[in-house]
Design a binder for this molecule. Structure first.
Ligand SMILES: O=C(O)CCC(=O)C(=O)O
Length: 380
């Protein structure tokens, strides 16, 4: 059968509202949300881990303090001001050399307003098999809007400090083991009335066939919410779909449109941090609402999933990941911890086992060495 094209009913506005309301209710009844709970040894409450394993995502409510949120917001604002003015530009809106103009990696991703740039194409190893509905753009919409900023730790001290968050790193340890490794980092921006969609997909592309495959093989992402997220502007996830490869085309046929029947939105307040299994089917619709969404993504893997694996070529050039490569990339964890502990000296820093015999202190003299650090992202 051909790819299903997104259909909308006779009264599309009513239909979408009903889908959003039902999805929101379902999401709030899953029981996979609440404050983070760690014991005196810094171990995550096993009930949280179970809930995450069952649903493929979990929301830590109210995790980020107001001050940290304000610092993140200021940095994200600054990055956007200093970003190239358009996809091929090398200057920012003030005519200054844009952030990243001197880097090898292409860190700024753009989208035609309200469009779906990847669904139904072979981009990203063809992992987005179906096209999303593309609402009509406002007549005054720009040609492109910024959708994603990669390698964000080199552009923002607040993001680097968030990366070293002791409670979040304890969660990474609980999910992936104490020798967990980085994946990548990204800032997702969904501009009000303009933000494009991210077609339904499962992130993992390379490890589905391994003999020891399980629901955690392709790791997970933290998704920290700057302004919150809801059914209109947020990411949607199909709970429980992380256990194996999903037939997304079939799911879409069953739904009769791009509104997958079992999907639910991430309902988050500012400062909530979700964890989302990279194998879970997820995606987001074009943001026709008046609410911005900014999500700070940073992901982690099990060492056993990346060591010796061939990279997927999506996040960095494809190569086999050996111990040196993992060590080099993992230095960002140590720098994050160090930057954070200088900024928040009263907080107990996380002890990252793989680098415990190395002293890696963050200071400005280190900055040149982290330029283009994301060329070493560990994509699988
Ligand atoms: O936040 C979004 O809208 C998309 C995020 C996503 O697809 C991902 O992290 O893989």
């Amino acid at each position: 059968m051909n790819n299903p094209t997104p259909q909308r009913g006779a009264d599309p506005d009513n239909d979408i509202r009903a889908y959003q309301e039902q999805g929101t209710l379902k999401a709030l009844h899953l029981g996979n949300r609440g404050p983070i709970k760690l014991d005196a040894m810094g171990r995550l409450d096993p009930m949280i881990l179970d809930s995450y394993k069952t649903h493929g995502f979990y929301i830590f409510e109210g995790l980020l303090a107001d001050q940290e949120l304000r610092e993140l917001e200021a940095d994200v604002e600054q990055i956007q001001q200093r970003a190239p003015v358009s996809p091929k530009a090398i200057f920012d809106q003030k005519g200054q050399p844009a952030l990243g103009h001197n880097l090898i990696a292409k860190n700024f991703g753009w989208v035609v307003p309200l469009s779906d740039p990847v669904g139904g194409t072979d981009k990203n190893q063809g992992r987005h098999p179906v096209k999303m509905h593309e609402p009509k753009r406002p007549s005054d919409a720009p040609d492109h809007v910024l959708q994603i900023i990669l390698g964000s730790l080199q552009f923002s001290q607040a993001c680097l400090r968030l990366y070293g968050h002791p409670q979040l790193l304890a969660v990474a340890e609980a999910i992936n083991g104490p020798d967990f490794t980085p994946f990548n980092e990204a800032i997702w921006i969904k501009h009000p009335h303009l933000g494009g969609s991210v077609a339904w997909h499962q992130d993992g592309t390379t490890q589905w066939g391994r003999p020891d495959f399980d629901e955690g093989t392709h790791g997970f992402n933290f998704m920290a919410q700057l302004y919150g997220s809801d059914a209109e502007n947020g990411l949607w996830v199909v709970p429980g779909s992380q256990t194996g490869p999903a037939d997304i085309k079939q799911m879409m046929r069953e739904a009769g449109s791009d509104r997958l029947t079992k999907a639910v939105p991430l309902i988050c307040a500012p400062g909530d941090v979700a964890i989302c299994n990279r194998q879970a089917v997820h995606g987001s619709f074009a943001n026709t609402s008046s609410k911005p969404r900014v999500t700070l993504n940073f992901g982690f893997h099990r060492r056993g999933s990346v060591f010796g694996a061939m990279g997927n070529g999506i996040h960095s050039p494809a190569t086999i990941y050996d111990a040196d490569r993992i060590f080099e990339r993992a230095k960002m964890i140590a720098y994050g911890i160090s930057a954070r502990s200088q900024h928040l000296p009263d907080e107990q820093p996380y002890a990252y086992a793989p680098l415990k015999t190395h002293t890696m202190t963050w200071d400005e003299s280190v900055r040149p060495s982290i330029q283009d650090y994301n060329l070493l992202d560990l994509g699988i």
